[in-house]
Design a protein around this ligand. Structure first.
Ligand code: PGA
Length: 249
């Protein structure tokens, strides 16, 4: 049976009370479906509210959008992987394009963070993807491979088994311009090949970038996609509830 993962990245939206209200609406129409999982990545201050609210629900999980790589210490303003875990997070986004391009995170930073997340026994969701200029210059594969190599190149196959990869072309994020299923599938195949060559047997590869209720069915019809990572279209609980049922009824 095909397994699908629907990831909601709330970015800098929905505080604890709003998160609880959102989940009340979402859960009122959520039906667990075999082979489908829904992961929520709220802002750090709402991780505990989300984790507590969904804790008895099958198929749902809470994660953190970012962590610092040190487990603890004098790092004002940062949260660590063990602290995220203590709040109820089970997964962490690593190398999201906004971390890379707004906050200047380097490939080396993504490697340190990924390592910290694995050490804390959390699931890393590693985001990779090219800018428009890189795509137009024919560098998509080179950029994605460089990002994979930097974050995962020194990992043993056993660790790679725990990593989920999200292909998110930077030009598609928040722009309303999604990659075609065909273009996404091309890059997914390259990522799958890269992971397979390093012993990862069943890698899960998501697509992200302007996924919404209208285009989700067409994207998910492409078998290379093991799921979607969704920002803007995950903020409305009813629309998100409908999106996670895409082609399930
Ligand atoms: P978007 O964001 O769905 O709003 O394009 C996706 C993401 O940043 O993960």
């Amino acid at each position: 049976m095909r397994r699908l993962l629907f990831v909601a990245n709330w970015k800098t939206h929905l505080g604890p009370d709003e998160a609880r209200a959102y989940l009340k609406t979402f859960l009122a129409q959520y039906r667990p479906t075999e082979g489908r999982e829904v992961w929520f990545f709220p802002p750090a201050v709402s991780v505990e509210a989300v984790a507590q609210t969904i804790r008895h629900q099958a198929g749902l999980l809470a994660g953190a959008q970012n962590v610092y790589w040190e487990p603890k210490g004098a790092f004002t303003g940062e949260i660590s992987a063990p602290l995220a875990a203590a709040a109820g997070a089970r997964a962490v986004l690593i190398g999201h394009s906004e971390r890379r391009h707004v906050f200047g995170e380097s490939d080396a930073d993504t490697e340190r963070k990924l390592s910290a997340v694995l050490d804390a026994k959390l699931v890393p969701v590693l985001c990779v993807g090219e800018t428009l200029a890189e795509r137009e210059a024919g560098q998509t594969l080179g950029v994605v491979t460089r990002q994979l190599e930097a974050a995962l190149g020194r990992r043993q196959p056993a660790a790679l088994q725990h990593v989920t990869v999200a292909y998110e072309p930077v030009w598609a994020i928040g722009t309303g311009k999604n990659a075609t299923p065909h273009d996404a599938a091309d890059v997914h195949r390259d990522i799958r090949r890269w992971l397979a060559a390093r012993g990862a047997k069943t890698p899960r590869i998501l697509y992200g970038g302007s996924v919404n209720l209208k285009n989700a069915a067409e994207l998910l019809a492409e078998r290379e996609l093991d799921g979607v990572l969704v920002g803007g279209a995950s903020l409305d609980p009813e629309a998100w509830g409908a999106l996670v049922r895409t082609a399930a009824d």
